[in-house]
Every structure is written in structure tokens, then in C-alpha cells.
Write a protein that binds this ligand. Structure first.
Ligand code: UDP
Ligand code: MG
Length: 334
């Protein structure tokens, strides 16, 4: 086989891994089964996001046994979105498929994604029509989140889709040039345009272990999503300001008339205090929202690398360095 064909597989599968030692062998087996069954050339990028449970060693082991497995080992935990980003930076296939390594995204669905891609779609996202093994709290917050995002952003991000999707090489190239720090990949891949379509699937329960997305991370993820795709929170201060100002202008003649007619209302300090506290609260919230955006601006201004690799996959000429200006590898330091 010539070298070029060897380094450009048809499909790159990108899977972020954070302490998934129990799911990994089954995950690897099923991915292999599906892709071999389709008779495609493929590579599997396993991005180790600072695991501490032995996933790292397991990934290295797979890579040693099977040259199609390419390990990316992070220097610490950078989070799911950045792990996927690293995978997109290093993948070489004609299309990339992003899926979770906990088997919640069934690898079998990849066949449907690839079929749509072959029909000519450049982005094929997987829509969760059912979700198994999730708490009602997760289902409710997720559903509210997707609907809120849909309403307040200009980019129409499809409802109930996660990061499980196929991206054509062209789209991957565009995404590589979007180096924003606080990432909402499903929004970014909707933003780029191209021909997009979805396929429905049943989201399975986790194969093993627990979710790595506690409420704290979910909130951070949601605020990253909102701040990167909407100015609505900033405009909220303006709307509230107009509402409060309008209300007080209306209140002035009413109070004057009531006083003139000898009413004893609005004496004492309670009313004043409530008004002051209310406005103080609104102002502090607006300031906080402003802070959210400024903090993110500050992060962008620092221009730090998005992630740090302890071990990068073997370089074999297929990497496109000019597209990876923000990428950073610890090995380059030595
Ligand atoms: N993950 C990661 N880094 C993190 C958290 C999660 O790489 O900081 C990976 C995790 O191993 C899994 C995927 O991202 O493959 C989705 O995470 P998880 O299953 O915990 O989220 P949930 O499916 O519960 O939303
Ligand atoms: Mg999961």
C-alpha cells in the first residue's frame, strides 16, 4: 500500500476519554466491528483527557497492538470540548466522527452517519430521540437548555443533538481555524453552514461508571454556549433598565396624585428601601453578566494554547501545521 493511502483513512473516529477504563475495551471492540464491517479504512483517535484510572495505559496498549489507534494524551484534564478539538486537529480522514467513549453513542449509528455523508451531506448530526439511563434532572435540564439555546441564538442549533456527529474534511478544516477558547462545538458546527442533516438514534445508558459532567460542569458548559452564541444576556440589562425607568416615570404622577388627595400611602422607609434593593440587585446582576463576557475576552486575549499534549500521535506528514497555529505540544519544548 502506498504511504499516502496509509495515512489518509476514509474515516477518523474521535473519542474523548476521561476515566473510562471499564468501557474502553468494549468501545474499541464495537468501533472496530462496525468499521471493519463497512469495509472502510479508518483510524481511531483516543484523546485521553487527564485520566487517572489507567485509561491512559490502556490507550497506549491499544495503540501498540493496532496502528489504526492513535493516542493523544493530555497533560491534564482540559474538558470534553477541548478533547474533541484536539481530535479534530489531528485527524486525517476524509470525514471525522465524534462520539463518546462511554458507549452512550452507539458505534453502530456510525453506519447511518456515513450513509448520509455518502449522499453528499457535509455535517450529519445524531439526534437523541430517546435517552436511557439518565436522571429526570439531567433530562429536564438538557431539554430546557437546548430549547433556550435554540431561542436565543441566531445560529439554529438542532434540538437534542450532542457532539455525536460526522463532519466532512472540509468542515473539519474550517473548525480548525476557529480557535475560540470557550467552546460549544455543536454550535460551531452548525454555524459553519454546508449541507447538514440529522439521523435519529436511541441514546444508550452508560456502559460503566458515572457521568463526568456534574452540575458544576453543566453550568459552565451552558454559560459557554450562551456567551459564545448570544448577546441576549448583555441586552437584558438594557431591557431591564428601560422597564425600571418606564415604571418609575409612571409612578411619579401616581404618587403625586395620591399624596395630593391626602392618602397616607408611601410614607416610611420600607418602600424606598425595597426600590433601592431591587435596583441594586438588578445592577449587580447586570455587572455579573458583563463580567462573564469580560472574563472570556480576557481568556482570549491571553492567547494560551487550548490544550497541552503530553504525547502526540506519530507525525507522518499528513498533519497540516499551518492549520494548527494554536496547538501546543510539550514535546516541542525539549
Ligand atoms: N469526558 C472528557 N473530559 C471530561 C469529561 C468527560 O473527555 O472532563 C468524556 C467522557 O469520557 C465521555 C464523554 O466525554 O466519553 C462524555 O462525558 P460523560 O459521559 O461524562 O457526559 P454525559 O454523557 O453524562 O453528558
Ligand atoms: Mg456519557
Amino acid at each position: 500500500m502506498d504511504r499516502r493511502a496509509e495515512t489518509t483513512p476514509e474515516i477518523s473516529v474521535i473519542a474523548p476519554v476521561y476515566n473510562e477504563v471499564q468501557s474502553l475495551p468494549e468501545f474499541y471492540r464495537r468501533v472496530r466491528q462496525v468499521l471493519d464491517g463497512l469495509g472502510l479504512s479508518w483510524e481511531l483517535l483516543l484523546v485521553d483527557d487527564g485520566s487517572t484510572d489507567g485509561s491512559t495505559e490502556l490507550i497506549r496498549h491499544f495503540a501498540k497492538e493496532d496502528r489504526r489507534v492513535r493516542p493523544l494524551i493530555f497533560a491534564r484534564n482540559f474538558g470534553h470540548q477541548l478533547a474533541v478539538t484536539a481530535g479534530l486537529d489531528y485527524c486525517r480522514g476524509r470525514a471525522a466522527i465524534v462520539l463518546d467513549s462511554d458507549l452512550q453513542d452507539p458505534p453502530e449509528v456510525m453506519a447511518e452517519l456515513i450513509a448520509k455523508w455518502r449522499e453528499g451531506y457535509e455535517v450529519v448530526y445524531a439526534i437523541r430521540s430517546e435517552r436511557e439511563g439518565e436522571s429526570w434532572f439531567k433530562l429536564l435540564t438538557a431539554s430546557l437548555f437546548y430549547r433556550l439555546i435554540y431561542r436565543i441564538t441566531d445560529v439554529k442549533i438542532p434540538l437534542d443533538t450532542g457532539d455525536f456527529r460526522l463532519l466532512d474534511r472540509q468542515v473539519v478544516k474550517v473548525l480548525r481555524r476557529m480557535r475560540e477558547r470557550h467552546r460549544f462545538l455543536r454550535g460551531m458546527s452548525a454555524w459553519v453552514g454546508f449541507r447538514q442533516t440529522g439521523v435519529h438514534y436511541r441514546r444508550a445508558a452508560r456502559f460503566a461508571g458515572q457521568t463526568k459532567y456534574p452540575l458544576r460542569k453543566m453550568i459552565k458548559f451552558a454559560s459557554d454556549a450562551i456567551t459564545s452564541f448570544s448577546y441576549l444576556p448583555l441586552q437584558l440589562a438594557t431591557y431591564l433598565g428601560f422597564a425600571a425607568a418606564g415604571l418609575s416615570i409612571l409612578a411619579i404622577p401616581i404618587v403625586v396624585i395620591l399624596r395630593q388627595s391626602g392618602m397616607q400611602a408611601f410614607l416610611g422607609q420600607a418602600t424606598t428601601l425595597i426600590a433601592v434593593l431591587f435596583l441594586g440587585g438588578v445592577q449587580l446582576i447586570s455587572l455579573g453578566i458583563l463580567g462573564e463576557y469580560i472574563g472570556r475576552l480576557y481568556d482570549e486575549a491571553k492567547g494560551r494554547p487550548l490544550y497541552i499534549l503530553r504525547e502526540a500521535p506519530e507525525q507522518d506528514g499528513a498533519k497540516e501545521p499551518e492549520e494548527l497555529e494554536n496547538e501546543f505540544s510539550a514535546t516541542e519544548l525539549s
